[in-house]
Design a protein around this ligand. Structure first.
Ligand code: PLP
Length: 404
């Protein structure tokens, strides 16, 4: 049965993903089940999407209730669920206004357009370039892809959109040199997810905040992966003691319901007027009900303090692994977003080993194991992950000894 579905998928669906040979049909909390009833511990969470675990009851029931009441209404009309979703986002962030959309790439497109438009309205032409970071990832649409600081995603799709200046991550000097040259925005992930769990230095982020303010350049933080409690704060910028001008969200925003948002200070958001930007599905009643229920659950059920406690617990486990296994070069992250960097490009193989042991993780940059458990994970589940990691790493070490 499972093999049949896999074969069909391979012939019917565009070949854009390297997939595990498994058909997942059900999920609950930190666990998913395949067609044969085999259970897996999900430490990817749909790539930082199901932060409240799979089929969270509050989110499911909010969507279900909304589905029966009003599934969709266009943005030609007001929609009270959208207003509630905006209100909870704004009451819990630096933001003052929201633009709703459907994905991370789309939120980043909106941010790029808004930064350009703000500068255009204030200064006329000439300020439309955006500084981006090496190893960043902002999505696959042409604008977001152009902003992405990794060559491999661009191959065969050139020419890119003009006006992105890519600088080394965490280097003040490069930003200082580039910022006066027709720049309208600086775009950054505070922890680069796809780029290998690279954490921005506090000093650097403070510097970015100062220099962007001095130059009336928008500081745009991509929190598509780091937002919604992932790092042990509701949003990662809270760790840095600064406020951005714009922030983009998606992934965990609706705990699995597809949605995205651009959030910002009104001063900047007001550069959008009727007709200047839009999205048919953006903030539709279903998506809004998911956003509202997700945020209410994170806030009401004390998810953030839980993440902080579990962060400490998983960090200790990972540090112990690092002490014990020479192949681990570095362990880094925040909250429940961790990377195990290996000395060699053995990541994909190890991910397969974890999969065979019934644990789902993934690998970025060929050598960084990325760990993104649901924020509702408990100690026993973390223990299971660490014990499995020990087994996988030990086996790997023994195999290497043999081939020496
Ligand atoms: C996943 C991701 C995106 C792209 O989001 P999509 O919803 O896949 O378009 C953008 N930025 C970051 C930081 C991401 O992790």
């Amino acid at each position: 049965m499972q093999d049949e579905v896999i074969l069909k998928a391979q012939s019917l669906i565009a070949n854009t993903y390297r997939r595990f040979p498994v058909v997942v049909t059900r999920g609950e909390g930190c666990w998913v089940w395949d067609m044969n009833g085999r259970r897996y511990l999900d430490f990817i969470s749909g790539i930082a999407v199901c932060n409240l675990g799979h089929t969270n009851r509050n989110v499911v029931s909010a969507i279900f209730t909304q589905l029966e009441k009003l599934t969709h209404i266009s943005n030609l009309f007001y929609n009270d669920t959208q207003v509630k979703a905006a209100e909870i986002l704004i009451n819990n962030s630096f933001g003052e206004k929201v633009f709703f959309c459907n994905s991370g790439a789309e939120a980043n497109e909106a941010a790029i357009k808004l930064a350009r438009r703000y500068s255009y309205r204030k200064y006329g032409g000439g300020r439309w370039k955006i500084i981006t970071m090496e190893n960043s990832f902002h999505g696959r649409t042409m604008g977001a892809l152009s902003a992405t600081g990794q060559r491999k995603f661009k191959e065969g799709f050139e020419p890119m959109l003009d006006g992105f200046i890519c600088v080394p991550f965490n280097s003040k000097k490069d930003v200082r040199e580039k910022i006066r040259d027709g720049i309208c925005g600086v775009f950054i992930e505070l922890i680069q997810g796809e780029g290998g769990i690279n954490v921005a230095d506090p000093e650097y982020v403070k510097y970015l905040r100062e220099i962007t303010l001095e130059n009336d350049v928008l500081l745009i933080i991509d929190e598509v992966q780091t937002g919604m409690g992932r790092t042990g704060k509701l949003f990662a910028y809270e760790h840095y003691g600064i406020e951005p001008d714009l922030m983009t969200l998606a992934k965990a925003l609706g705990n699995g319901f597809p949605c995205g948002a651009l959030i910002g200070k009104a001063k900047y958001m007001d550069a959008f007027e009727p007709g200047s930007h839009a999205s048919t599905f953006g903030g539709n009643p279903l998506a809004s009900s998911a956003i509202l229920a997700t945020l209410n659950t994170i806030l009401d059920e004390g998810i953030i303090p839980k993440v902080q406690a579990m962060a400490e617990y998983i960090r200790e486990g990972l540090e112990k692994l690092k002490e014990r296994f020479a192949i681990i070069k570095d362990v880094r992250g925040m909250g429940l977003m961790w990377g195990i960097e290996l000395e060699e490009n053995e990541g994909e193989k190890m991910v397969r080993d974890f999969f065979n042991e019934g644990i789902l993780i993934n690998c970025t940059q060929g050598r960084v194991l990325r760990i993104l458990p649901p924020l509702t994970v408990n100690q026993e589940e973390i223990d299971l992950f660490i014990e499995t990691a020990e087994r996988v790493l030990k086996r790997h070490e023994e195999e290497r000894e043999k081939t020496k």
